[in-house]
Design a binder for this molecule. Structure first.
Ligand code: TXA
Ligand code: MG
Length: 347
């Protein structure tokens, strides 16, 4: 028998309020109960929605892999309410991890540290390290506190699909495979956390994200380690960084001379979506009247661009296009994470 769709419970916490409204408190209590019973709950974080289970419950964590269709070789990030909870999960707590955590947590940076005995094999894919992150989203931290246990949570999408930045994206992707969705609105950052390997010295970025290399080097007061696995497309230390990832269903191309490329595709009779960084440029305006073309003006600021990227890809995937063309962003540190996600999406 098919399972029903999960309930989608709205949650909110206005900046001015000392505690969340009563209705939100009840939704979090229900989520905590589902988790305690070994269930799966999709939760908002500041980066993307996560699919959570109690990290110390191996059986519950196995359900995450099944719901996502994720290979068991790809380890999960464990979400904690504070630094103390993270330290308790680590066999040792490197000085570099301590420095980054004290300067940037709660926030969108994940630290890979030596794994302690509390974490089951299924979370780390059998490896001797564990990835920990304390999310900036207050409601996520409050839920972890209510549960009293760390939560393993990958992005709440089917494996290899674009990560969800709204509860509606989660419902579409995972629907009746999960038990509950908490709807905290659109994620502010919009792309996944930076992953930093702190088991090596100097630390190495395994996945670029909202906290950039220059910012981390400033925090540490010294350079990070050489070219990361993510940048070289390697998968050695971060198995999830396989080249094709975060991909929309529609084929996506990054183009330097995008107007020419779009013109060629239209000439072939194709329906095209174009993420444009230069909506007011003459060559963009010249194409604006094309019936088979959807132009999406994208922000010139990298953080604003990131916040909108996945929602744009989700929306274009529904428009029955045969191609998505993306203006290549600048090759600077500030654009590193967006460039990484676009490159993977173009697989
Ligand atoms: O922003 C985020 O990080 C979101 C939210 C939900 O927190 N989570 C997320 O999880 O993006 P996921 O599973 O989609 O990506 C986790 C990444 C993968 O590339 C995985 O291989 C890597 O982190 N990872 C997890 N544990 C690791 C470990 N012990 N060593 C190296 N890489 C690890
Ligand atoms: Mg993911």
């Amino acid at each position: 028998m098919a399972r029903p769709l999960p309930d989608v419970l709205p949650i909110r916490w206005p900046d001015s309020a000392p505690t969340p409204p009563a209705e939100t408190g009840r939704a979090l209590d229900r989520a905590a109960q589902v988790l305690a019973d070994g269930g799966l709950v999709a939760i908002p974080t500041e980066t993307v929605y996560g699919l959570a289970a109690i990290a110390t419950d191996a059986h519950a964590v196995e359900k995450i892999f099944a719901a996502k269709g994720r290979p068991q070789t790809n380890p999960l990030i464990v979400h904690v309410a504070d630094v103390a909870m993270a330290r308790a999960l680590a066999a040792s707590w490197p000085a570099t991890a301590d420095r980054i955590a004290s300067c940037r947590w709660p926030g969108p940076v994940t630290l890979v540290v030596p794994r302690g005995p509390q974490i089951p094999d299924v979370v780390t894919a059998g490896g001797d390290t564990v990835a920990v992150r304390c999310p900036a989203e207050r409601l996520a931290r409050l839920l972890i506190e209510k549960v009293g246990r760390p939560l393993a949570a990958p992005s709440a999408n089917r494996s290899l699909a674009v990560s969800p930045t709204t509860a509606a994206h989660v419902l579409e992707s995972l629907g009746n495979r999960i038990d509950l969705i908490l709807d905290g609105g659109a994620c502010q950052r919009g792309i996944e956390s930076t992953v930093v390997d702190c088991t090596v010295d100097p630390p190495v970025i395994l996945r670029p994200g909202p906290i950039g290399r220059e910012e981390l080097e400033h925090v540490l007061g010294r350079p990070l380690g050489g070219t990361s696995a993510a940048q070289t497309g390697g998968t050695a230390r971060s198995p999830g960084q396989a080249a094709r990832h975060y991909a929309p269903k529609t084929s996506l191309t990054i183009a330097n001379r995008s107007a020419d490329h779009v013109t060629t595709l239209l000439g072939e009779g194709r329906r095209v979506g174009w993420l444009s960084l230069h909506p007011d440029a003459p060559e963009t305006r010249r194409l604006a009247t094309e019936r088979e073309l959807i132009i999406v003006p994208m922000p010139a600021d990298p953080a604003a661009y990131a916040a909108r990227l996945y929602a744009t890809l989700h929306a274009l995937d529904k428009r029955e296009l045969s191609a998505i063309v993306v203006d290549a962003p600048p090759d600077t540190d500030a654009w590193q994470a967006v460039r990484d996600r676009l490159t993977r999406a173009s697989g």
